[in-house]
Ligand binder design. Structure first.
Ligand code: ATP
Ligand code: MG
Length: 344
């Protein structure tokens, strides 16, 4: 059994956690920065990085105190080393390096996406490799075959916006507030998903890639037409995203016949309509459906500590010269999606 301190600071959540390799979460805390970013309607990287500097050390002290442990008790220190907003990534990674240097404990530099990808295993002991993963977050929308720790095959990605980004931008267009995903989901509850005809980009196409930019533009046109309530546009938008996710994931299922389960992770996996539709899809293919609890879907440090534990136990530790990376694909060998912008 190993005990890992995890640190997350790649976007606007500052987080620390203590997780054991037997899946016990001894302590975890997430400090959001919504109030600092709300006036700007989105995350301001500079503000986020400064906030991590102020919040992170206290948060680490809190999780150690809550678990009644000291730094000397942990086996390794894991921190997100990318991808993400580089200022924030550097704050968390350098904090971990300082602690590793002072304590003599090994450092594990974790890919934030690997944190999301392995998070379903933290709460589901029955989930086994290989599984098909739909990773839907603020910065990414990918389908991956997860073959093992550090072994990912990217089957598809978005050629423009990520799904979470589309939720956030649509929320902004509709004046629903920030953060956008939960706001759209809440508005959609009192809307009619058939009220507005919206496109389903790439649905039916052979490769299971995603596209959401056209959907966002259609939301803008629907708003400007003045014909619809914001709730109806929100519900129609959410339904369009769900339809795209289901169609694309159905394609990918056929490409990974060895998959033991259909798994969803990342912030958009917190959406109940998304979870419900994917449950139906998995059922139709005779696959178990696995989704982490809601708090584990959005950014947190428990998933970083857990990925750190799996990497540490596989002998994958890092030197104190580990780089902070703004971009860091899980599958560096993946072909670029046709028509893809820089985000792929
Ligand atoms: N209930 C919800 N419905 C839809 N989207 C949601 C919901 N809750 C959160 N999201 C979206 O999830 C995203 C945040 O997820 P997450 O924290 O995993 O992303 P990120 O860390 O910003 O991006 P990445 O992990 O790609 O670097 C935001 O875009 C947010 O709008
Ligand atoms: Mg994330």
């Amino acid at each position: 059994m190993t005990l890992i301190l995890g640190i997350e600071s790649s976007c606007d959540e500052t987080a620390a956690a203590l997780v054991a390799s037997d899946r016990r979460i001894l302590a975890h805390r997430v400090a959001g920065q919504e109030t600092a970013h709300r006036p700007f309607g989105g995350v301001v990287p500079e503000i986020a990085a400064r906030a991590h500097v102020e919040i992170l050390p206290g948060l680490i002290e809190q999780v150690l105190a809550e678990a009644d442990l000291r730094l000397a008790d942990v086996d390794a220190i894991a921190a997100t080393a990318g991808p993400g907003l580089i200022g924030g990534v550097m704050v968390g990674l350098v904090t971990a390096k300082g602690m590793a240097l002072a304590s003599g404990k090994p450092l594990v530099a974790v890919n934030h996406l690997e944190g999301h990808a392995l998070s379903p295993m933290l709460t589901d002991p029955d989930l086994a490799f290989p599984y098909l993963l739909l990773l839907v977050s603020g910065g990414h929308c990918q389908l991956l075959a997860v073959d093992g720790v550090g072994r990912y095959r990217r089957l598809a990605t978005t050629i423009d916006d990520a799904a979470g980004e589309a939720f956030d931008k649509s929320a902004k267009l509709l004046g629903l507030g920030f953060p956008g995903g939960p706001a759209v989901e809440a508005a959609a509850r009192s809307g009619d998903p058939r009220a507005v005809k919206l496109p389903r980009p790439l649905v039916g196409s052979a490769e299971p890639h995603f596209s959401f930019a056209g959907l966002k533009s259609a939301v803008l046109r629907a708003r400007d037409s003045g014909l619809y309530r914001a709730e109806d546009i929100a519900a129609s938008f959410q339904q369009a995203v769900v339809d795209c996710l289901v169609d694309r994931t159905a394609r990918a299922i056929l490409r990974v016949p060895e998959a033991t389960a259909l798994v969803v992770a990342g912030g958009v996996a917190a959406n109940q309509a998304v979870r419900g539709a994917l449950t139906g899809l998995a059922d139709a293919h005779g696959l178990p459906f696995v989704a982490p609890p809601l708090w584990l879907c959005t950014d947190n440090a428990a998933m970083i500590a857990w990925a750190g534990a799996l990497r540490f136990e596989a002998g994958l530790t890092d030197g104190l010269d580990a780089p902070a990376r703004a971009r860091w694909p899980l599958d560096p060998d993946a072909e670029k999606a046709r028509g893809a912008g820089v985000k792929a």
